[in-house]
Design a protein around this ligand. Structure first.
Ligand SMILES: [Zn+2]
Length: 219
């Protein structure tokens, strides 16, 4: 493999695992992080630090306009983090986020002469986010190719994995401890194991426990 790839990178568990996956697959990896007034700047810090450590070219793009369009719990302190009730979307949902992020990642990839785009979206754990679904990604891949007359390949290494399998992938890549300590998933901005009580921490912790239990059973 001697090709260039752009990874959509937030500094969280999923996208960091994708970053390490991409580093194994491609000769050159570029990371792009979107700043949309996340609850915690710590997230951006995390992303920046990881890229520095592994000498990855890092682009930080200002997407604060998302906050004008879709006020939500990730960007607005006055909206509580809640999981969806009665099948509704969780309050952390940002309408169109992956559509926008992947489109901008596509533009960056083209400018950089990269054909591959990697995103950590996942249909297995999808909390009702329509633009995390495989069907959407495949559709967008075609649209991006048509829009720029270019042969992008969008990779979604986590698409069919559950959280435990995502930990397993990090482990296979030799980065289990690193991902555990240096990534930020917590909605309250606490690195590593996080606050332990927000929905993001609960999901992460459950996956970790499941993976460790499976591993302990010698599976
Ligand atoms: Zn938390």
């Amino acid at each position: 493999m001697n090709q260039k790839a752009v990874v959509v990178f937030s500094g969280g568990q999923d996208s960091t695992t994708c970053l390490f996956w991409a580093m194994k697959q491609f000769e050159e990896v570029i990371a792009v992080t979107f700043d949309y007034n996340q609850r915690h700047l710590a997230e951006l810090d995390c992303a920046k630090r990881i890229c520095e450590e592994f000498e990855i070219e890092h682009h930080l793009l200002d997407m604060s306009l998302l906050n004008q369009l879709a006020p939500n719990a990730l960007t607005r302190q006055d909206i509580d983090i809640k999981t969806g009730e009665n099948g509704g979307l969780p309050s952390t949902f940002v309408e169109g986020r992956n559509l926008l992020f992947l489109s901008f990642a596509g533009v960056l990839a083209k400018v950089k002469g990269a054909k591959h785009i990697i995103t950590g979206v996942c249909e297995t754990d999808f909390s009702g986010y329509p633009d995390c679904r495989d069907m959407f990604i495949k559709s967008l891949n075609v649209t991006l190719n048509l829009s720029m007359d270019y042969d992008f390949v969008i990779h979604t290494p986590l698409m069919w994995l559950d959280k435990a399998q995502t930990w397993e992938l990090a482990d296979q890549l030799g980065k289990f401890e690193y991902v555990r300590e240096h990534t930020l998933t917590c909605y309250r901005g606490i690195k590593g194991n996080g606050c332990g009580t927000c929905p993001a921490c609960e999901l992460r912790q459950r996956g970790l426990e499941t993976y460790l239990a499976r591993k302990g059973e010698g599976k």
